[in-house]
Each structure stands twice: as structure tokens, then as C-alpha cells.
Design a protein around this ligand. Structure first.
Ligand SMILES: *Cc1c(COP(=O)(O)O)cnc(C)c1O
Length: 340
């Protein structure tokens, strides 16, 4: 175990660990897996990732469990999503087996940085694929680097599971209907920084996006998927500009397991009036309950949680998913890899 880390007060930040793993793509093929203790990457100044945003990333977690084992959540799904991103921005696909082998290796090699079960903290895993080949014209690179590093992160909710206020941002779009919103690429994040800053400047936790074309339907809650709950139904947007969240996919399955109906469809913003609960979901928080969504230009405020507390179904889904991740609940869908 790691001696001097204050597990209880970790934030969502970078901490140096012992190792990262790397794999280079050259001459049309992926090379051997390399173990590195170097934090920096040496690359050509004309690398396509630096100029033309040929860059993709992933995010997943490993957990130290009550039974002493280490569990990694849905890494095959992350491998497949990365492959989809690769097809979207013309990068070579990394095979699932290689991706999983590298994830397991980097977690194992940094075992002393996996927070103890009781802390509620976890090990965040960040895979990164970048075009490293030099190009000046706009073309895909012919060389790539895939790196995976890890960093311990604290529980998302320090003061307990609580609800937050969001603000609809109509003047900026995160992604276009036929753009790169469905891919996990850095460019979408660059496009969101201004909207996010505006939301923070206005005193909100996060920005809330509508579809870019009609500005009528709910898209994403910042860099997280949206879900709402009413009439025993879990409702989440169908859209060509949102990132397919693995957490959302898991919650849909759990909602169905709990006997709820699941709907994936366009959600007009006004429908928030009838939502009994709502939340943002993603790897970082699992569920971040939404207290209120203000649509300032329309002079509307959709209050979801009057007392600022998460709703009972959100809480149930949250507990169930966390339970599976920490091995406290049976893994009936084969989502978890136990490290040996
Ligand atoms: C990563 C991401 C999510 C969440 O996906 P998970 O697989 O649940 O972590 C949601 N929206 C955006 C824009 C993302 O980049």
C-alpha cells in the first residue's frame, strides 16, 4: 500500500504513479507493449495530434474491493468505443485484446496506488491515442502512440451524494449533429470550454446543451449523458451528437432489471417540467443528480429536486452500480474483470 497518500482527500487530479504503458503503431502495425516510468512523451512538432486534433481518449476505473480483489469496470466496452472513435477520425484501431492487456498491466504495475475500499476512492485509468506522425497538409498520420496512465481519484461526492444546478447554454454548441460528438476526441472538449466557463461564471455547476440544429431537445449535461425519470421510466436522449456513455448504457440495463421501462428518444426541453428525477451520468461520478436546470434566455427554471437531494430511483441506481463495481453486488451482466 502507498504510505503517504491521504486517500480520503484525493481530488479528481493528476498524481504521478510508478508506470504507464505504451504501444506504437508504425509501418502499418502495432508494436510490442512497453512499460515506461517516464511521464513525458517525445514527439515530432508536426505530429497530427498537435495541429489537427487527431487524438482520442477513454476513461475507466479500477476498484479495490472488500474481498481484497481488484476489479476493472467494462474495459471491453471502452476498447470498442475507442475503436469507433478511431474509425471516426481515421486512426488505426487498437484490437480489444491489446487494449485489455495494457489496461490490466498498468493497473497491476501501479497496484500500490489503488485506494483502499473504505475510502470510496478509486483508480482512474486514462487511455490516450494520438497521431504522432508528422504532416503539414491535412491528412491522417502514418504513426501513432497509444498510452495508458493511471491516477488515484477521490470519491466524486465529498459531502455525500448531492444534487447540482445546471444552466442551458444556447450560444455555444459542443458538437454538431453530423460532427464528432459521438467520438471521444479532445476537440469536443476544446469546444466546450467557453460554455463551461460561462456556466461557472454564472454560478452554476455545469452547462447544459440542447441539440445544435433546432435547440429544442436535450443533448448532454456538460461532458456527461442526461437521464430523466418519470412514471417508472428511465428516459435518455437519442441524438447523433452525444457521446455513447458506458455508464448510461449500464444504468439503462439496471433500470430494466429493476422493472422500469427504458426509453431512448428525443426529449424536448419543456419535458423537464414533468421529470420526477434527473441526473448526469459518466465514469467520474456514476450519477450526478440534477437539482435544477435554468433556461435563462427563455426565462424558465425547471426545478427537479426541491430540497436539493437526489431522488430515490437515482439513489437506487447509483448504489447498485457502485455495488457491482466494488464487488458487493453480483455481476450478473459480466461487466467486471477481476485482476489476477
Ligand atoms: C466520456 C464522456 C461521457 C461519459 O461516458 P462514460 O463511458 O459513462 O464515462 C459522456 N459524455 C461525454 C461528452 C464524454 O466525453
Amino acid at each position: 500500500m502507498s504510505e503517504n497518500i491521504d486517500w480520503a482527500n484525493l481530488s479528481f487530479g493528476y498524481m504521478k504513479t510508478d508506470y504507464n504503458v505504451r504501444c506504437y503503431y508504425r509501418n502499418g502495425a502495432w508494436g510490442e507493449i512497453e512499460l515506461s516510468s517516464e511521464e513525458s512523451i517525445n514527439m515530432h512538432m508536426a505530429a497530427t495530434c498537435l495541429h489537427y486534433g487527431q487524438e482520442a481518449f477513454e476513461g475507466l476505473k479500477a476498484f479495490r474491493c472488500k474481498d481484497g480483489k481488484i476489479r476493472i469496470f467494462r474495459m471491453e466496452a471502452n476498447a470498442e468505443r475507442l475503436q469507433s472513435t478511431c474509425r471516426g477520425i481515421l486512426m488505426p484501431e487498437l484490437p480489444t485484446e491489446k487494449f485489455c492487456e495494457m489496461i490490466k498491466k498498468v493497473v497491476k504495475m501501479n497496484e500500490r496506488f489503488i485506494p483502499p475500499y473504505e475510502s470510496g476512492a478509486s483508480l482512474y485509468i486514462r487511455p490516450l491515442l494520438i497521431g504522432t506522425g508528422a504532416q503539414v497538409g491535412v491528412r491522417p498520420a502514418n504513426e501513432y502512440l497509444f498510452v495508458v496512465f493511471v491516477t488515484p481519484v477521490g470519491p466524486y461526492f465529498k459531502g455525500g451524494f448531492s444534487a447540482n444546478p445546471y444552466v442551458v447554454i444556447r450560444e455555444f454548441d459542443r458538437s454538431a449533429p453530423l460532427g464528432t460528438g459521438v467520438y471521444k476526441v479532445g476537440g469536443n472538449y476544446a469546444a466546450s470550454l467557453l460554455a463551461n466557463k460561462k456556466a461557472h461564471d454564472l454560478g452554476y455547476s455545469c452547462e447544459f446543451y440542447l441539440d445544435a440544429k433546432e435547440k429544442k431537445y436535450i443533448d448532454e449535461a456538460g461532458a456527461a449523458n442526461f437521464f430523466g425519470i418519470k412514471n417508472n421510466t428511465y428516459i435518455t436522449p437519442e441524438s447523433t451528437s452525444i457521446l455513447p456513455s458506458i455508464t448510461n448504457r449500464s444504468l439503462m440495463q439496471l433500470a430494466e432489471d429493476m422493472g422500469m421501462k427504458v426509453e431512448r428518444r428525443q426529449i424536448p426541453i419543456e419535458e423537464l417540467e414533468t421529470m420526477e428525477e434527473a441526473g448526469a451520468c459518466g465514469t467520474a461520478a456514476v450519477i450526478s443528480p440534477i437539482a435544477r436546470i435554468d433556461d435563462l434566455e427563455m426565462n424558465k427554471s425547471y426545478v427537479i429536486s426541491k430540497d436539493g437531494k437526489p431522488g430515490p430511483i437515482s439513489k437506487m441506481l447509483y448504489d447498485k452500480l457502485r455495488g457491482i463495481q466494488y464487488g458487493d453486488e453480483p455481476d450478473t451482466h459480466n461487466w467486471v474483470t477481476v485482476l489476477d
